[in-house]
Design a protein around this ligand. Structure first.
Ligand code: SAJ
Length: 450
């Protein structure tokens, strides 16, 4: 009986007759739904936000992700992709479900698992025997075995890996490259049992080039380790930047040289670390462990959280140098998105920077060609509007549009004695200074080489 059901599921995957629900149609869920539909499955994308459901039903995405619109429109037209805000309606029509809801943290840095628990409630109460349940959300260590499995078993009255199938398949896609990375990045399948693994591997093989099997607990830690490693590496680059500023050295050159060593790969410094993942995943990783003095993870978080304050410090220094006071100075902020070429401003370093500037009495204007957020500053319609009569330009996001700025034109629009604070080191300091800007680049110790 059991082996028939496994064989049937595998056959259904191979013939694409398996029907799939994806719960949570955000930055991860929507690319997931679109790619499985593209692979030939019938997929129902579920989201609580009516505007998301409306957009997908009309064949487009509210998320600004390269090529996602094409995939959605093609698959909606082909009848393979639908959207609904009613998970039960979707679950009744499908025999596999991928849950990709958010798992943020609260003010005390503790995980908020309520979105996941609500989704599990719907799935557990409504799933049929033989359903495959995949958790794709990032979760604290131990969640699959301690929370997800018992909850689904008790709500459904079915046994995992026997009467229904369960796997942890964490996502690894970076916004801006989501579709490509979904296919190209090796995908971890965290097992709660051999039958479940077999089926989950078969399903993900239809879209991902490489699938790696492990147990669920190890996959949970591996996923969190990836983002925590990146956060720690960036914190190291940021600390190097602070060291270089005091040592009269350019951190960009120092890192470039260090990275010529075959076993060194220092990441890029910046104005802080934002986004839906890196600022919170380290806290998920250490959530259930005893506090320890020997703690690189919290130390890295502290450094990265300090960086926005450092940007404000550089702004104050530059204004002082040009004989201006922050109160009533006009500051143009370039970028509210958390990183280049995305429209997401979640936990963006721009937020604390803008709030502090407003608190200090600066007239703050923001410009972001990708992102609507302004964090209570005045929003400029164009680069020209943002920069006009500004005393200081602070570059916070590394959007492509900011990489080749016409500094001559910018200088002509700005007030006398203009300053630039380069939080992403995308401007040539020598050119800026030659044109008469007071230039402060993060990690650029002065006097720097000419
Ligand atoms: N940043 C730096 N320096 C760097 C790299 C990034 O300051 O060298 C900053 C960015 O500007 C941004 C923040 O860090 O503010 C996060 O950007 P990111 O590109 O590192 O990460 P995300 O949040 O867009 O995506 C990450 C990715 N994880 C890794 O690369 C290990 C992605 O693969 C994950 O799928 C995603 O988190 C996730 O959802 O977990």
């Amino acid at each position: 009986m059991k082996s028939t059901s496994i064989k049937k599921l595998i056959k259904d995957i191979q013939s694409r007759s398996l029907r799939l629900t994806v719960i949570g149609s955000g930055y991860v869920g929507l690319p997931t739904a679109a790619l499985f539909a593209e692979a030939g499955f019938h997929v129902i994308a579920v989201d609580i936000k009516p505007e998301v459901v409306r957009a997908v039903s009309n064949g487009f995405s509210q998320i600004n992700e390269p090529h996602l619109n094409e995939f959605i429109s093609r698959n909606v037209q082909a009848g393979r992709l639908k959207a609904t805000s009613n998970p039960i309606e979707a679950l009744n029509q499908t025999n596999a479900v991928i849950i990709s809801v958010q798992t943020p943290i609260d003010q005390n840095k503790n995980p908020i698992l309520s979105f996941l628990m609500e989704a599990l409630e719907d799935v557990g109460k409504n799933m049929k025997r033989g359903t495959l349940v995949v958790i794709s959300s990032t979760v604290p260590p131990g969640t699959m075995l301690r929370k997800v499995k018992p909850k689904l078993e008790s709500l459904s009255g079915l046994n995992a890996d026997d009467e229904f199938y369960l796997a942890y398949v964490p996502e690894r896609i970076a916004p801006g490259k989501a579709l490509r990375e979904f296919v190209e990045s090796p995908r971890l399948v965290g097992s709660v049992g051999p039958n479940s693994t077999k089926i989950a591997v078969e399903l993900f093989k239809t879209v991902c080039k490489k699938v790696i099997e492990t147990d669920a607990a190890t996959a949970e830690i591996a996923k969190l380790a990836e983002n925590t490693f990146r956060d720690i590496n960036i914190a190291f680059a940021n600390q190097l930047a602070l060291i270089c500023e005091q040592s009269g050295v350019d951190v960009m050159e120092a890192i470039e040289l260090a990275n010529t060593h075959p076993r060194v790969n220092i990441h890029t410094l910046g104005p802080g670390v934002g986004g839906p993942c890196l600022p919170k995943d380290p806290y998920l990783l250490i959530n259930r462990t005893r506090p320890t003095k020997h703690d690189v993870i919290n130390a890295a978080r502290r450094i990265n959280d300090y960086m926005p304050k450092h940007i404000v410090k550089l702004i104050l220094e530059a204004l002082k140098k040009t004989g201006k006071n922050i109160r009533n100075s006009r500051i143009a902020i370039f970028g509210t998105a958390y990183k280049g070429n995305v429209d997401d401003s979640k936990l963006s370093p721009s937020k604390p920077i803008i709030h502090e500037l407003i608190k200090l009495g600066a007239k703050t204007t923001v410009y972001d060609p990708h992102c609507n957020e302004s964090f209570e500053a005045k929003k400029a319609k164009s680069l020209h509007d943002a920069i006009k009569d500004a005393d200081c330009l602070a570059i916070i996001t590394d959007h492509t549009e900011f990489k080749n700025l016409n500094l001559k034109k910018i200088k002509a629009l700005m007030n006398e004695k203009p300053a630039i604070i380069d939080g992403r080191r995308i401007i040539n300091p020598h050119i800026a200074e030659k044109l008469g800007f007071t230039y402060y680049g993060i990690g650029l110790g002065k006097p720097h080489k000419r």
